[in-house]
Design a protein around this ligand. Structure first.
Ligand SMILES: Nc1nc2c(c(=O)[nH]1)N=C([C@H](O)[C@H](O)COP(=O)(O)OP(=O)(O)OP(=O)(O)O)CN2
Ligand code: ZN
Length: 128
């Protein structure tokens, strides 16, 4: 069973190394993004909750503050700010506080584009 929280952010970026010289995406431009943080788990029998979504929202708000109305190329770790790298960045930003995290989605709804990351590039934590 999964629960999720979405948040929106507006941000500017440019992609100087991702497209041929002179391509429009090399120029500074902006997008409206939606991020989704998804957790997996079983509801606690007493509370009925997997995790309090309020706690997830606090974590999302903190990450959103670092993305919203920012020039993403200047955000540490987002020097190449594609949907893919933003998804990985957000995973690494929230995962320490959300151990039940299973997916990060970054979407540009206006053009039907997005990226979903399930942590497959992370090195697994050693068992305690
Ligand atoms: N695999 C990826 N491909 C592309 C990415 C990406 O992050 N991952 N990003 C881009 C650019 O950001 C480009 O600016 C996207 O432009 P476009 O698809 O034309 O979308 P809009 O400009 O119409 O988006 P709005 O937010 O509605 O203005 C390209 N490829
Ligand atoms: Zn863009």
């Amino acid at each position: 069973m999964r629960i999720f929280i979405d948040f929106n952010f507006e941000a500017a970026h440019h992609l100087p190394h991702s497209f041929p010289d002179g391509h429009v995406n090399q120029r500074l431009h902006g997008h409206s993004f939606r991020a989704r943080i998804t957790l997996d788990g079983r509801p606690d029998p007493k509370s009925g909750l997997i995790t309090d979504l309020g706690a997830v929202k606090s974590c999302a708000d903190s990450a959103r503050e670092e993305l919203d109305h920012r020039y993403l190329n200047e955000v540490p770790g987002l020097e190449l700010p594609t949907l893919e790298t933003i998804a990985i960045w957000l995973w690494r930003r929230v995962e320490p506080d959300l151990p039940a995290l299973v997916e990060i989605g970054i979407y540009r709804d206006s053009c039907g584009e997005g990226c979903e990351y399930n942590g497959e590039f992370e090195t697994r934590k050693a068992a305690a």
